[in-house]
Design a protein around this ligand. Structure first.
Ligand SMILES: Nc1ncnc2c1ncn2[C@@H]1O[C@H](COP(=O)(O)OP(=O)(O)OP(=O)(O)O)[C@@H](O)[C@H]1O
Length: 240
């Protein structure tokens, strides 16, 4: 599924926090969104998920039959997009299984962990997340993050949006998540958008990197040859 952004502007008060005249992501790319605190990464994701309304412009998702869907005016996109932005996406008085049953119900099917997630489940969750009868609010920050990531992938979305997914994860889980995301894209040709402050992880998994500052895309470059790290390291370098 392709993503197209046209003349997108979001303001809070008189401050413009997203200003993207034109931007598109073809199906199957893993795009890394980087930028300093307050650059507008989360706001852009929230606009893409219709959690915020744009002041101007629009976003559209286009399927293989060139049927364009604007998330601000249609509900159709909800079946193909999976996202985890923050804990607000979790219903924390439920157990993991109850949350997953609820999400599957929204996707119009019975709760069953797809083969793809079944494959990684034990290693990724260290057998701590399922079958415990624990409520989500009782889990550690890292385990909540894992529940959120798995919940975003539960309905095998064609577009997967993850805001700072490596946060709170232990090093092995961070590395496993990279493998999972790359394999998910490889096997399903899904489009994946990931924001992160970790340049190593971003450049390890993304074939395209977008650098956002003050809501504006200031660099958009290819990383298929894995050369982006150098550019990013130099951009974020602090003069001593
Ligand atoms: N609800 C809101 N009301 C007012 N200003 C907001 C609101 N949400 C975000 N902002 C402002 O919008 C700007 C972009 O914030 P955003 O959270 O999108 O940045 P970010 O790139 O995700 O930052 P970080 O890396 O710190 O998570 C910031 O200046 C922020 O203060």
């Amino acid at each position: 599924m392709n993503i197209t952004i046209n003349h997108l502007i979001k303001k809070f008060g008189d401050k413009t926090v997203v200003n993207i005249p034109e931007f598109s992501i073809p199906q199957g790319q893993i795009v890394g969104l980087v930028g300093n605190n307050g650059a507008g990464k989360t706001t852009l994701f929230r606009l893409m998920l219709d959690l915020l309304s744009a002041d101007e412009g629009n976003i559209s998702y286009m399927d293989e039959s060139n049927h364009a869907i604007n998330p601000a005016t249609s509900e159709e996109w909800k079946n193909w997009i999976g996202a985890y932005i923050d804990e607000g996406f979790l219903i924390d008085f439920l157990t993991t299984e109850e949350l997953f049953e609820f999400i599957c119900k929204l996707g119009n099917h019975k709760y069953i962990l797809p083969d793809f997630l079944q494959e990684y489940k034990d290693k990724f969750t260290n057998e701590e997340i399922f079958g415990t009868n624990k409520l989500i609010r009782e889990f550690s920050a890292g385990n909540k993050q894992k529940i959120g990531i798995l919940s975003a992938m539960l309905n095998l979305p064609k577009i997967l949006i993850l805001d700072e997914p490596f946060n709170f994860l232990d090093p092995s889980s961070q590395n496993l998540l990279k493998v999972m995301l790359k394999n998910y894209c490889y096997r399903t040709n899904a489009t994946i958008l990931v924001s992160s402050h970790n340049l190593q992880h971003t450049t390890d998994i993304c074939n395209r990197i977008v650098l956002l500052e003050h809501g504006v895309i200031i660099k958009d470059f290819d990383n298929t040859d894995e050369t982006a790290k150098e550019v990013l390291t130099s951009y974020f370098k602090v003069q001593e």
